[in-house]
Design a protein around this ligand. Structure first.
Ligand code: FMN
Length: 212
């Protein structure tokens, strides 16, 4: 991919002090550091009625705008809180509006945040349902356990995304911060090279070229 890839991050938590949103801002900032443009889609700011197949998107609040943003993005970071061992209803409702048109040829990174220790089932459920709309889901994923202990406030934003969103909470744990930033970096890396290393980097290719 030439030029600047675009990445949107969708937060599936409607909670004011959401840790999912906080973690996504770090992944999006890392995507920007890797050369992408990034935008946080905070579902609190969109009017998205409960998905009803009998209602046209034009009559469903901000559905048309939201779908356009996802469709036009090269990469999507999806974040959800863990609710009852799965994703939130806000994430699912957003996701039900989307289909192949939004996700075909789109690289997707997954991030979940749990109050306790349950992360694997939510990540698995998100992976399956995104594959259902043909998103290319990265193997690297982020699950944040014990969320209440993982973030602290900062006096000044650590960074500001190009859409104006501040990164205004920091990770307590450096490994978790690094894992989250890696999600943003990996997303951009895959947008640039495709899901596999480019043919020019294949070892066998180099060997046979050397033999010529
Ligand atoms: C309805 C509901 C169900 C929840 N279920 C779980 C759960 O199954 N496992 C868990 O570890 N935490 C569970 N939690 C805690 C949330 O994962 C935790 O509060 C998380 O920080 C929410 O994400 P947010 O900060 O982005 O809103 C639940 C919270 C709610 C409100």
């Amino acid at each position: 991919m030439q030029g600047t890839p675009s990445v949107v991050g969708v937060s599936g938590s409607l909670r004011d002090g959401s840790y999912t949103r906080a973690a996504l801002t770090h992944a999006l900032a890392a995507a920007e550091d890797a050369g992408a443009s990034a935008e946080l889609i905070d579902l609190r700011e969109y009017d998205l009625p409960l998905f009803d197949p009998d209602v046209d998107d034009e009559d469903a609040g901000d559905a048309v705008e939201l779908k356009r943003k996802v469709r036009e993005a090269d990469g999507v970071l999806l974040g959800s809180p863990v609710y009852h061992g799965s994703y939130s209803s806000a994430f699912r409702n957003f996701h039900d509006y989307c289909s192949f048109d939004e996700y075909e040829d789109t690289v997707v990174g997954l991030l979940v945040v749990a109050g306790g220790g349950t992360i694997a089932s939510t990540l698995d459920h998100m992976r399956v349902t995104v594959r259902g709309v043909h998103g290319w889901v990265l193997p690297h994923q982020v699950g944040i356990r014990n969320a209440y202990q993982q973030f602290e406030s900062v006096d000044e934003p650590l960074a500001t995304l190009s859409d104006g969103t501040p990164v205004d909470r920091q990770f307590v744990d450096d490994d978790l911060r690094e894992r989250t930033e890696k999600l943003g970096r990996k997303l951009v890396e895959n947008l640039r090279t495709g899901p596999h290393p480019p043919a020019s980097e294949w070892t066998a290719g180099e060997d046979s070229a050397a033999d010529d």
